[in-house]
Each structure stands twice: as C-alpha cells, then as structure tokens.
Ligand binder design. Sequence first.
Ligand SMILES: Cc1cc2nc3c(=O)[nH]c(=O)nc-3n(C[C@H](O)[C@H](O)[C@H](O)COP(=O)(O)O)c2cc1C
Length: 341
Amino acid sequence: MKTKQRENTKAEGKYEKVRMTFDELQEKEIPIIWSIIDFSSNIPLSIYTDSTVVKTSETCYRGSMISEESRLIGEEYLLNAKKSSIDISLPIGTFSYSSLAPRASLSFRHYFEEEIHKQNRAIKLPQYSNVTVPIGAVIRSRRSIRTFSGEKLSMKELSTVLYYGDGVSGFFDHNPMGSFETTESLGDDYVSAVRCAPSGGGLYPIYLYLVILNVDGLEKGTYRYMPLTHSLEIVRVYDDKDIEEYLSFTNLGREIDMDKVGVAIYYVYNIYENSRKYDDMGLQFAMIEAGEISENIHLICTAENLASCDVGGFEKAQTEQFFGIDSLTEHIIHLTLVAKR
Ligand SMILES: Cc1cc2nc3c(=O)[nH]c(=O)nc-3n(C[C@H](O)[C@H](O)[C@H](O)COP(=O)(O)O)c2cc1C
C-alpha cells in the first residue's frame, strides 16, 4: 500500500522525503545511485584497459583517451570521416559521379530483375493495400511488439509491408534540361525509379533479404525483395534441416518466439553500390537508409495492426553464410521482424 502511494506521487511529479536507516540506504539506494553516476560521469578513465583480456565496450570507453589498442571501431570511423574541409576526396568523388552513372547503374537492376523473372525464379506480389490511416495517430501509437499469435501473414500483408518499406513510388528525371544527348545504347530515357524510403544519390545500396517463416501461400525459405517489379526472388526454399539450422543460430532472446514470426527482414548493404560515390560516408548513409526503411515498415505495421520489432542481436556472420552472401561486398546491417499480433 505504502509503495503504491509513493508510485502515484512520483507519477504526479511530487517527491516526499522518506526516512530510512543508514544500512537501508547503503543496501538499497547507493548501488543504483552509484551506477547512474558512473554511467553519466564524463570519461571514467582506466589505466588497466590495455591489460584487460576481454575487450568489452566498457573497457574501450574507459580507455578512450589513453589506450592505443582498445578503440571502438566506430570511434576510428568517426575520427576519420570528414576529417576537415581540406580533405577534398569526398567532394571529388561526389562531383565526378554524375547523375548519368546512377541512371546507368540502376538500369542494371532492371535487367537483373527481368532475368530472375525469365528464369522463373520470381513470385509477383499482389497489389498492396491503400493505407489511409492518419499518420500522426500511427506515429504516436507505434511500439515494438515482441509477442506474436503465430498466425500466418497474408501475401497482401507482406506485399503492403514491403511496398511501403522499400517499394517504388515515383520517378526522377536526371535530364530535366535535356542536356544529355540521346544515344543508341541508352536511348533518351534518363529517368530512374525512386522509392518510399530515401537513399543518398538514389543509389539504393540496401537489399531486403527475407526469411519467410509463416506467410500464407509461400514456402518457408530465403527470398529477396525486387522493388522494381514488386516481386520476390526465390533464393532458397528450406527443407526441415534448413529450418532447424536457421533457428539454431537465430536466438533473439527469451521474449521472441521465432516459430511465430511471419517474416524476418534482413537489410543487406552492398558497400560498393554507394561508396564509389560517397567514400566512407557510404556506410553512414547505409545505416541511415536502413533506419528509414525500417521505420516505414514499423509505421505500416502499426497502421495494419501487425507486430514489428527491430533486432540488433542477430548472428551476422552465420546468417550471411546461410544466405550465401560473400560478407565482403555484402553485409547484414539490420533486422526487423514482422508477425501477426
Ligand atoms: C537498432 C535497434 C536494435 C534493436 N534491437 C532490439 C533487440 O535486439 N531486441 C529487442 O527486443 N528490441 C530491440 N529493439 C527495439 C527497442 O528495444 C525499442 O525500440 C525500444 O525499447 C523503444 O521501444 P518502442 O520501439 O516500443 O518505442 C531495437 C531497436 C533498434 C532501433
């Protein structure tokens, strides 16, 4: 009863003095207060950082000013990205990569998708739902949901999630002034497809790999979303052993039951598809773009009453191997689960 009363006053923003003994203070209050001070104090340096056997994130943090060995890779990255205004490599790269090149490089994607269709390795997705729920209410009510009913997603729901996540929603003319000549090889079409989520330079270096687990009308397996034709490439249909293998290394915590997931959406970044233009900024852009796609997915799931949850705890190397991607040019950078509530 007493605790409840105190919770209420806290919720109202009122705090009362509470009498306690020194032992109670030491036992109950000091450890948590100390951990907050420790976490929030600026840089708690440690001279033991380099002699610690396991390089934890905490040892890197404590050694950040004095250690040469225990650096976070992220710190190295940020220290070396956009070093100063006299480092002109990025502007040169960006400037010299004209808009013709993206147009040309993106046309290969069309050929790639057409080829998959010709080989009968594509599944056309049905028309997505025309979602008209008010955006403000959707943004406010979005939550990460980790408990699922285990019911199957419909193909239409999958189509809707993928379309609003990363589907083609318009076209961009790279030649509005008509300054590029018509050529025999490229014709006069300098228009490229643009998507629901933004992408630096319109280069779209992120590919959505799907582990389909519970979708009505689709066999369990690895698929790849093809935005230009709004369809799926069948990468591999699983047998029982494949499913067992996938689930054996995909343990995403106690709360998440993978058997009930509809689709696990992996964001695979192809580093050379935007780093040629953006140098090391390419990585930064890819991370941002993955976030933009995933937020689109969360919002559309909220609007469609589906569950979605981002997951940072996936097994990167094992999943890449399982997908058959090379882990050099292509890397999984994020994962979102989608399921029926
Ligand atoms: C990059 C990223 C990684 C995440 N990883 C996990 C995860 O591994 N497991 C999990 O249950 N939730 C994960 N989440 C979800 C967060 O826990 C969640 O967004 C946060 O607690 C805020 O709750 P909300 O999304 O309901 O607003 C992740 C979120 C992001 C953005």
